[in-house]
Design a protein around this ligand. Structure first.
Ligand code: TZP
Ligand code: MG
Length: 213
């Protein structure tokens, strides 16, 4: 079990098969790991997923092992069973996913726990719950990667949530290379990104910019 360290939020790659061209999920994550990402979240979901349920589990195991070899925490989005099955280092849930209290009951102490919080009320409610390690807040900017994304909060909104939070926050949503320093200036511990890495023409340079921000 990897203990939680806020530094792992610095260059946080979120990805599923729906985010990359056919057959490119594992190679893209491999390239991101080689480039030095500090965390990987397995988030394979929705109608655009290219995987069957069986392939999804097999791919999760493959990526779990690649992360372990690289010494990078493997985090599962929104699936307690898959997180337990893969002995994930962490799980990330949204406000509308499996209820956070049930997730803490199920896997608290076994893995670290992240919760999406996109407004003041959600941050304040989450602060009062023991057993959460970090918050993911956004979308900071408009995103094309999540159909049901919450309203954009902007850098000012991110800064406000950081001010209210008792826990480290990773910014998410529409973050591009030029935004990275601003996300850190707003007080976030790092950036969580899909397309910045998944659609990058040079993953080593992109991840390098995340680490340097
Ligand atoms: N949660 C809030 S925005 C988002 C998620 C999963 C999508 C982030 O993707 P991108 O491509 O970095 O905007
Ligand atoms: Mg979710």
């Amino acid at each position: 079990m990897t203990t939680f360290d806020p530094q792992l939020l610095k260059a946080y790659f979120v990805c599923g098969s729906q985010d990359v061209p056919a057959g490119q999920f594992v190679p893209t994550v491999k390239a991101a790991l080689a480039a030095g990402i500090t965390a990987f979240q397995f988030r394979d979901k929705g109608q655009r997923s290219q995987l069957t349920e069986e392939e999804r589990v097999a791919t999760a195991i493959t990526l779990r092992n690649l992360c372990a070899d690289a010494g990078v925490p493997f985090i599962v989005d929104d699936d307690v069973e898959l997180a337990q099955m893969t002995k994930a280092d962490g799980i990330h849930v949204g406000q509308s996913d499996e209820k956070i209290q049930a997730v803490i009951q199920a896997v608290g102490g076994q893995m670290f726990i992240g919760l999406s919080c996109s407004n003041q009320a959600e941050i304040l409610a989450a602060n009062a719950i023991d057993g959460i390690d970090y918050y993911g807040s956004g979308p900071v900017f408009p995103t094309g990667s999540k159909a049901d994304a919450d309203p954009v909060i902007g850098l000012a909104g991110l800064k406000q949530l950081v001010g209210l939070s008792t826990r480290p926050i990773v910014g998410i949503g529409g973050i591009t290379v030029t935004d990275l320093p601003d996300v850190i200036k707003a007080g976030a511990a790092g950036s969580a990104v899909i397309s910045m890495i998944a659609a990058s023409s040079d993953i080593a340079i992109t991840v390098g910019a995340m680490l340097d921000a």
